[in-house]
Write a protein of this length. Structure first.
Length: 266
């Protein structure tokens, strides 16, 4: 009696297992068919979209060929499901569709194309004049003055930016560096630069310099080159260059921002 019940239970278990595998197989078939249906819908939408581009939009004639070819469609569907493809099938190109792009024939009317507006010549000329005027350097605005006092240990430089215009001026500096100093020898070669090896804060510094007012600075050159070594005796030229900008955007004449003095080091 117990043996009969054991066999019956095993038979029932095998039957349930077979039914489960059959149902799972059916579900997988439905999923694959659903993927194919979705892919076909995507291809149909793509074909419709490409067909709408066949109306000389953007000046080109678009034609599609074999987009809905049955054999080609199946190949594209297989390429979308790499699990069922063999290595040989994956290496073989599956897309045989082509797109031809042709220029618009001369017979096509251009009225349907967007018109290109021509720029007014007077406007272009005025714009050019404004640009040229903004690039011109203004003069008679500043005067850079420098006094030197030479001693055994170095040269003291007192220099200033003098507003010689008849109005207050709004200035700014692009960084914390407001000036630079250059020392050249008798051959014109640079031996020292004040900004060499220094770091400066990158921030806009605004200054209002009233008319006839001065912006003064003071520095000392200790007869050394950029490497910190004392320069040999001889004649040297000291050039001070100030670095302000006008807030109105006009360029300042470089000559009005520089001062030069010659000295002799013994």
């Amino acid at each position: 009696m117990n043996l009969y019940r054991t066999n019956d239970t095993a038979s029932t278990s095998n039957k349930m297992k077979n039914e489960f595998e059959e149902r799972m197989g059916n579900i997988m078939k439905v999923i694959k068919k659903t993927k194919k249906v979705i892919a076909v819908l995507v291809l149909c939408c793509t074909a419709i979209l490409l067909g709408s581009l066949n109306k000389n939009i953007f000046g080109f004639d678009y034609k599609t060929k074999n987009m809905l070819n049955a054999k080609n469609t199946v190949s594209q569907l297989n390429s979308m499901m790499p699990i069922s493809m063999s290595p040989t099938q994956r290496d073989t190109p599956q897309d045989n569709s082509t797109i031809e792009i042709k220029p618009v024939p001369a017979s096509v009317e251009t009225n349907s194309l967007p018109a290109i507006k021509k720029t007014d010549p007077e406007f272009m000329e005025r714009t050019k004049q404004i640009k040229e005027e903004s690039q011109k350097s203004v003069t008679g605005v500043f005067d850079t003055e420098m006094d030197i006092k030479q001693e055994d240990s170095g040269v003291k430089l007192d220099f200033s930016l003098h507003n010689i215009s008849d109005k207050d001026l709004a200035l700014y500096f692009r960084s914390s560096q407001k000036f630079d100093i250059f020392i050249t020898d008798s051959n014109g070669d640079e031996v020292y630069r004040w900004s060499h090896g220094k770091g400066f804060l990158m921030s806009i510094i605004e200054i209002e310099l009233k008319k006839y007012e001065k912006l003064s600075f003071s520095e000392v050159w200790g007869y050394t080159d950029n490497n910190g070594n004392r320069v040999p005796p001889g004649k040297y030229s000291i050039t001070v260059k100030l670095l302000p900008k006008l807030k109105n955007g006009k360029n300042i004449s470089p000559d009005e921002l520089m001062a030069v003095k010659d000295i002799e080091v013994k």
